[in-house]
Design a protein around this ligand. Structure first.
Ligand code: PMP
Ligand code: GLU
Length: 396
């Protein structure tokens, strides 16, 4: 007998970022040298003092269930961090700690969206947003943005996408996959539309500590009083502290929403790993110089990748102001043959680049934007150098 999978499960696509990374790892396991610019995760080790806090937590016997919504001390550390850096006042009862920001997003959508609700989703968008919104029964309403405007949502395009069913805007700032970073003025213009239409915002700010060129990051709810009540703020330790495998992220929301997210989480997963939670307290409360050190290194790589893209005729990318991705326009390289293989789409291009040159990237189509390919520059300088030599050879 074949167990038939559910209608909901039938509609779920695997994460393309993780799928491309798995392909790269598969080739590596076969003995190939692969230059993996697919998945976005810092290549640095988690700083030592954070690992030491985890070891100490194990030694102290902190290996049991914690409060399902997270350790009170970690919630306090999250709130203290927001107060210190942004002047935002959140109570620990507004914070739920989950198994990564991805899980925090899933919980937030489940706790707030009803079937038929619409969420405005600017494209290109990070692969998981559309799937997670659909899983909650709601509908992502994709609004295209263009390279000419730096892939940023404009108030007019936002307004045009709003219908009586619209509940929320998903705003990823700085953006995965484009590296776009909104200015305070740009955010204010969008926030005005949010208020005029009585919407809320899911503000994914997981890359907020990684902004370049001396830019100042503006956190969405700091724009004006009252906006905190309309914001679901998402963040975590994965990118800031090179802690992708520890699986800790959180949401900061109005209290009624946090309460429901807690209930959901208590039923579906219970607490995120106790040891990772202790490590995250050390990350937030400990010496922050590791964050700056990693950022300086990312900025060097971003400048290097910018120059390599500019040096390949036909290739371009918008300016990367934040995060660690370059969203390369590959339109000039589609509709032709590579080693006898016809390449028409971004998916074809990325698969052939991996097959023929062993460089792993992610197709723009996975981010809702055909004609592009995303590279992550959270990779060593040596990897980036060879990968771009090979990309240059590939498109020649
Ligand atoms: N949001 C964005 C924009 C991301 O790129 C990622 C990367 N994984 C996440 C959320 C989820 O991060 P994590 O689950 O590792 O905390
Ligand atoms: N956010 C990262 C990326 O976009 C990690 C993979 C994932 O969770 O999708 O590559």
């Amino acid at each position: 007998m074949t167990i038939e999978v559910s209608k909901i499960a039938q509609g779920v696509e695997p994460s393309a970022t993780l799928a491309m990374s798995a392909k790269a790892k598969e080739l590596k396991a076969q003995g190939e040298t692969v230059y993996n610019l697919s998945v976005g995760e810092p290549d640095f080790n988690t700083p030592e003092h954070i690992c030491a806090a985890a070891a100490a937590a194990i030694a102290a016997g902190h290996t049991r269930y914690t409060v399902a919504s997270g350790l009170p001390k970690l919630k306090e550390a999250v709130c203290a961090d927001y107060l210190k850096r942004f002047g935002l006042e959140y109570k620990p009862t507004q914070c739920v700690v989950s198994n990564g920001a991805k899980h925090a997003l899933h919980n937030a959508f489940f706790a707030t969206l009803n079937p038929g609700d619409e969420v405005v989703l600017p494209a290109p968008y990070w692969v998981s947003y559309a799937e997670l919104i659909k899983l909650s029964g709601a509908k992502p309403v994709v609004v295209e943005t263009s390279q000419e405007t730096g892939f940023k949502l404009t108030p007019d395009a936002f307004r045009a996408a709003i219908t009586p069913k619209t509940r929320a805007l998903l705003l990823c700032n700085p953006s995965n996959p484009t590296g776009a970073c909104y200015s305070k003025e740009e955010l204010e213009a969008l926030a005005k539309v949010v208020v005029e239409n009585d919407l809320f915002v899911v503000a994914d700010e997981i890359y907020e500590r990684l902004v370049y060129g001396g830019r100042e990051f503006t956190s969405f709810p700091t724009l004006f009083d009252g906006l905190q009540d309309r914001t679901i703020l998402i963040n975590g330790v994965s990118k800031t502290y090179a802690m992708t495998g520890w699986r800790i992220g959180w949401s900061l929301t109005p209290e009624n929403v946090a309460k429901k997210i807690s209930s959901l989480q208590s039923q579906e997963t219970s607490n995120p790993c106790s040891i990772s939670q202790y490590a995250s307290i050390a990350a937030l409360e400990g010496d922050q110089s590791c964050v700056e050190t990693m950022k300086v290194e990312f900025e060097k790589r971003r400048n290097y990748v910018t120059s390599r893209i500019a040096a390949i005729p036909g290739l371009s990318a918008p300016q990367m102001d934040g995060a660690f991705y370059a969203f390369m326009n590959i339109k000039a390289f589609l509709g032709r043959q590579y080693g006898g293989v016809q390449v028409d789409t971004s998916k074809d291009w990325c698969l052939e680049l991996l097959q023929q040159k062993k460089v792993a990237t992610v197709m723009g189509s996975a981010f809702g934007c055909e004609g592009y390919a995303r590279v992550s520059f959270a990779a060593s300088m040596e990897t980036l150098e060879t990968a771009f030599d090979r990309i240059a050879e590939f498109v020649k």
